[in-house]
Design a protein around this ligand. Sequence first.
Ligand code: CMP
Length: 138
Amino acid sequence: MERTLMIIKPDAVRDGHIGDILQRVEKEGFQIRAMRMLRLEQSEAEDFYGVHREKPFFESLVKYMISGKIIVAALFRENAVEYWRKVIGNTNPEKSEEGTIRKLFGKSIESNAVHGSDSLTNGQKETDFFFEPFEYLT
Ligand code: CMP
């Protein structure tokens, strides 16, 4: 089955939206096979967002992502990558459709509440960035 990495980002954790977001995850039919709360080290955030290293927002993004606790989870479902991206909405909450998680809880294009992998390959790579094989439970 396909998988995607979900991150509940620091702003959404600080604002008390963990429960709302996990409820939505279950309602949309995802299986949570691995999940953890953690605070990223700067080097880990730089590594995870390595593809954005040359972007003007990279430094600010890393600072934001290490600013507080996050939840990471491996979500499994048919068509998980595309489906989760639909549920969370556009990167920019202002452009997200009504009812999407970023529209509901996002504050800005950077503080956009949640993450979802953008391809099948990244779904594998990003979940494996956070979880060892033995941590996936069925
Ligand atoms: P996400 O798609 O989860 O992963 C990359 C993150 O970079 C994205 O969410 C935003 O948090 C951030 N990001 C993307 N584009 C911009 C931008 N133009 N300005 C600031 N942050 C951005």
